[in-house]
Ligand binder design. Sequence first.
Ligand SMILES: Nc1ncnc2c1ncn2[C@@H]1O[C@H](COP(=O)(O)OP(=O)(O)OP(=O)(O)O)[C@@H](O)[C@H]1O
Length: 235
Amino acid sequence: MSAVPVIDARNICKSYGKGDGRFDALRDVTLRIERGECVAIVGKSGSGKSTLMHIIAMLDTPDAGSLAYAGEDALALSPKSVSELRNQEFGFVFQQFFLTPGTSVLDNVTLPLKITGEPSKSRKARGLEVLRQLELEDKATSRATDLSGGQKQRVVISRALVNEPSVIFADEPTGNLDSATGAIVQDTLFALNRDLGITLVIVTHDEELAARCDRQVFLRDGVLVAPAQDRGAAA
Ligand SMILES: Nc1ncnc2c1ncn2[C@@H]1O[C@H](COP(=O)(O)OP(=O)(O)OP(=O)(O)O)[C@@H](O)[C@H]1O
């Protein structure tokens, strides 16, 4: 394992609201993720999983604590540098990052490259390469709306991959899929981890999916707990 973790979050705190309405969503959370690891963040609904994922993926900032990406202080970066780093280093498989419905699969997949100013020709070549990898090349010109649930999710994974990210963050990647389609999507994500060394961070309720990861971290009421404590609370 490398000496410098890809993500080093220490003593992270995050609250929503103020005064009497204040809610502490994360309390003193410390999480270190090594390059190439596959980590599941698990816990009951409302335990703070998505909040933690958003903070380590630099989509949100903590109220207290430190966050380093590959040894660099992520909280000291300007908003512009944060979006550049996110666009270059991270891929997102989030249900709220919907595909643009009336737009072609290829245009959806190459959107991150458009943001970085990549010329149209190389954008298209790279987009087709990723679609080929996910066995979706024949759908390149289809509208995103005309695909099955599993195909849509593979398009989302293609888009997450197009910038050759170091880390993929996936929030309930199989949440809306039947088990057979979910299994294909899971296999796709794990193959990226195994074959390309992409670090995977997955938020999930699915125990089987969590068990396939190298490591599981358990959140309960905004605190990271040992697995046995979490199981006890869930019973
Ligand atoms: N923008 C917000 N304003 C107020 N409270 C929030 C906000 N976002 C999240 N919360 C609260 O913080 C807590 C943690 O939310 P979070 O979405 O991180 O949980 P989760 O573990 O991902 O839940 P789920 O599994 O249901 O998606 C919840 O109690 C939620 O109600």
